[in-house]
Design a protein. Sequence first.
Length: 314
Amino acid sequence: MLSNTCSLSILVARTDIPFMMHTIPHLVRMSNFNFIQKVLCMDTAPLSGDKVMRPGVGTLSELRDCCNKLISEGIVDKVVDINYDKTYQQQMYQKHFGSPIKPTHNYRGYPILGSIFHIESVPGDYMLHYDSDMLLHQEPDYSWIDEGIKLMEQHPEIMAIRPLTGPPTEDGIMYQKNQSLKPEARGFYKFQFFSSRVYLINHKRFDKLLPLPILWRSYKNKFLNRLPLSLKTLLNYYTGKGKLDSWEVMVSMQLEKTDYVRATMSSPKAWTIHPKDRSPEFIGALPNIIEKIEQGWYPPEQAGHYDFISKYWL
C-alpha cells in the first residue's frame, strides 16, 4: 500500500460551463482514487486574450452554480476562488519566479497566478491536475495514479507524470509533435517539455525546480526583444509593456536546464484524449463520447493520437 497522500485540483472558468458538468464527474469517476481533497479553483478574473471569443461563455454566477452542484452531488469537496490579493500574488511570484511581476494571466488569457495557486492551495504529498475539458479512460483493475506515484518514488528524475496521451496502438508507438515515439523498458516515455493539461507532481520535488524563468512574448520593437529577461521583467513591472508566455513553456525551459524529466506512462490501461472541438455538435455528443471512452472504445484512427479527431467520432 502506498502511504503517499494526493489531492485533485482542477482550474475552472466561465469558458468551461458548456462541458464541465459532463467532464469533471467523468474525470473523478474514471480516476477512482481516494484523494484527500478534490478542489475546484475558480478563476473570477475578467476574460482576456482568446478566451473572450470562446463559444458558450457564461456568467460567474452560472459558474458558481455549476461548482456548487458538483459539491452537492459529492463529485468534489470544495471550490476556492483564485486569490488575487496583491500581497499573495507577489509572495507566490517571488517563490515561483524569483521576481515580482504584475500580469496574472498570459497573452492568451490563461491563468499564470492560477496555475501556481492551485498547486499551493491543496494539501498532500502529491497533487493531480486535469484541465477541465480532458477525457480519460482507465481499466477497472488499474490505478494510473498509484502507478504514477510508484514510478516517481522509484525514479527521482521524474518531475511530473501523466497517463498515455491518446488511446494505445498495437505496437506501442505514440504520435506526437510530428514524431513517432517508442516507450522505454521502464514503463514510460521521457520528455523535457511540460504539458499543463494533465500532470501529477510531488509538492516537495516541484519546489526544487523553482524559481522558473520568466518568459515574455516577442515585442514588435526589436530593441526591446534584445533586452535580458530581467530587464524585460522590470520594464513590464513599471510600464506594463510585454505579455507573459505560457506557464507550461516556462516549466519546460526549466526542465531543459535540469536533469528532471516529464514522464508519460506507456501502460495501455489508462489514456487521455484532449478535445479542441467546442462546436454545438460536439457538446451535444459529449455524454455519448464519454460513455464510449469509459468503456474503452475509440475509433481505430484515434489510436496513438492525443488530440480528439472529431470526424471519426461525430
